[in-house]
Design a protein. Sequence first.
Length: 339
Amino acid sequence: MLCLGIETSCDETAAAVVRDGREALSDVVSTQMDIHRRWGGVVPELASRNHVLQVMPVIDEALTRAQVTLAQLDGLAVTSGPGLQGALLVGLQVAKAISMATGLPLVGVNHLEGHLLAIRLTPDAPEPPFLGLCVSGGHTTLYEVQGYGEYTRLGTTRDDAAGEAFDKVARLLGLPYPGGLPIDTLAQTGDPTAIAFPRALKSHEVLDWSFSGLKTAVLVHVQKHGVPTGQALNDLCASFQEAVADALTRKLILGAKKVGARTLVLCGGVAANSRLRALALERGQDSGFEVHLPPKRLCTDNGAMIAVAGFEALRRGVRADLTLMADPTWRLGGTGARG
Ligand code: KG4
Ligand code: ZN
């Protein structure tokens, strides 16, 4: 079964053709990063306008690279939330138009479900059940993935998302947007023990995180000592990154033990972070878990992950019609009995 996935929820216009929910025949991503960088963050109206310009060329390119025509597809998947309303609408309108013109079955995909299932595109990919830590610019949530379409939220951030913390701290340090990769790069030669930044919500009772205190601690440090340069900047980046990776992996392992999971999966843009990846592997394997990390390219937003989630939904018989709407605050899964 060939499924076309379309993603326009934030600042990447992406489309991909995926076979049987496992193999990406193409995966085209057009990023708007350069457009938003000068504003220090994503400007929703600019995002929508650029999706309008990019969406058709990106879909054409995805079909061309996969060497398939619309007539050879079996299904269409489009991100319908969460995300920016105007940005989501662009992908939705195009997907609905293609569905109407071709008669292809259509399904609306939750962006976070796409992130969680991106791991399916890797060799030796795990099948559910697994525990998925979704860490991106807008979300930091721990999910129990019981099966396709069956998700329970075990814990989440009470304030900033981990990626948001990276982006805000980078801005404070005068580093470019988005801040995750620049901090990761500088941290390579920094000392993670140089500054003792706080870890919030350390209690074993909660699986939630909080990153706003950490962000404030960086601000206070910068107010006191000025914006660091050279080795001091690298040390600050490494210490901040260590605090985030430490907090994320502690709760990941705690959650896995609480629900008796055996397999751990990382996903979302922050899952590209080198220290988080190393610590998740180290702590996960030390505790006897199987740890799966998608390649960095599949951590950030892409159309292939949407096609995977769409394939699984279509297989379950889920169908959307032309009334499908954007749901900017669509929550994935319930909190279940575990709360
Ligand atoms: O999943 P994603 O591409 O978009 C959202 O759905 O938000 O994630 C983007 C986020 C940004 O906050 C970016 O700074 C962060 O992922 N990010 C990283 C790294 N690469 C991207 N954060 C830490 N380390 C990285 N290497
Ligand atoms: Zn994302």
